[in-house]
Design a binder for this molecule. Structure first.
Ligand SMILES: Nc1ncnc2c1ncn2[C@@H]1O[C@H](COP(=O)(O)OP(=O)(O)OP(=O)(O)O)[C@@H](O)[C@H]1O
Length: 234
């Protein structure tokens, strides 16, 4: 692995009294794409939310680009250069595509221009004046990813970007992520669809009961399949 851009050590997190993450250790190298697998409810989304500081009760360390995120105030996490694309996408229904795209603040130099974003997602260019309510699920997902690309974020956290989408749309999202990867973007993907993930990921982590149980490179996927089918219940 390249030098870690994101490094989690003994990360614990709670919702109120409910202890959900029990010592997560995980690293994502600069320019690497890593996929977090696990059954429903093991804590994958909570891991992303803990990184972003949306889950506030945390212990351990989260180093990103040399900074300890646990020591930063919440609003500084996005400014550190992490773009979070939540499962529910968070598109503003009354705003059109262009307005949604322009909404997140630019936090660093090196972000993509609107033209580059439209080259990556031609559908969004066609729909630039359509309100959020009129977008399909696939278009909303593309927009949720696209609007993080202007900000200058060097890392994306994507929570189940293919959920509920048709295979042809999933392929387009896969192509876009492949292009971003080629540009050097670092990606942490939470994904149930490990066949999709296998086309873009360098490595997998498997989470069980709020901790990482194993990690392996994508080349081992086939050999690991029986174990994974049992772990993930697929
Ligand atoms: N806001 C919340 N308040 C209290 N408990 C929560 C909250 N959100 C999630 N949980 C609980 O935390 C645990 C981990 O949930 P999390 O969403 O991180 O799992 P996940 O692995 O992402 O699964 P899924 O794919 O179903 O989202 C679950 O037991 C869930 O019920």
């Amino acid at each position: 692995m390249a030098e870690p851009l994101l490094d989690l050590r003994d990360l614990n997190a709670w919702y109120g009294e409910s202890h959900v993450l029990h010592g997560v250790d995980m690293s994502v190298g600069r320019g690497e794409t890593v996929t977090l697998l696990g059954r429903n409810g093991v804590g994958k989304t909570t891991t992303l939310r803990a990184i972003m500081g949306i889950v506030r009760k945390r212990t351990g360390t989260i180093h990103f680009d040399g900074k300890d995120l646990l020591k930063l105030p919440l609003h500084r996490t996005a400014h550190a250069g992490i773009g979070f694309v939540p499962e529910e996408r968070g598109i503003f229904s009354t705003l059109d595509v262009m307005e949604n795209l322009m909404l997140p603040p630019v936090v660093a130099e090196g972000g993509m221009s609107i033209e580059e974003i439209f080259t990556l997602f031609p559908n969004l260019k066609e729909r630039r004046s359509s309100p959020g309510t009129k977008l399909s699920g696939g278009e909303q997902q593309m927009l949720a990813i696209a609007r993080m690309l202007r900000t200058g974020a060097t890392m994306l956290l994507l929570d189940e970007p293919t959920e509920g989408l048709a295979p042809v749309i999933i392929d387009r999202i896969g192509d876009a992520l492949e292009s971003l990867r080629a540009r050097g973007m670092t990606i942490l993907l939470v994904e149930q669809n490990f066949r999709f993930a296998s086309h873009i990921t360098d490595r997998f982590y498997v989470m069980e009961h709020g901790a990482i149980s194993t990690t392996f490179p994508v080349g081992e996927l086939d050999a690991r399949m029986p174990e994974l089918q049992q772990l993930l219940g697929v």
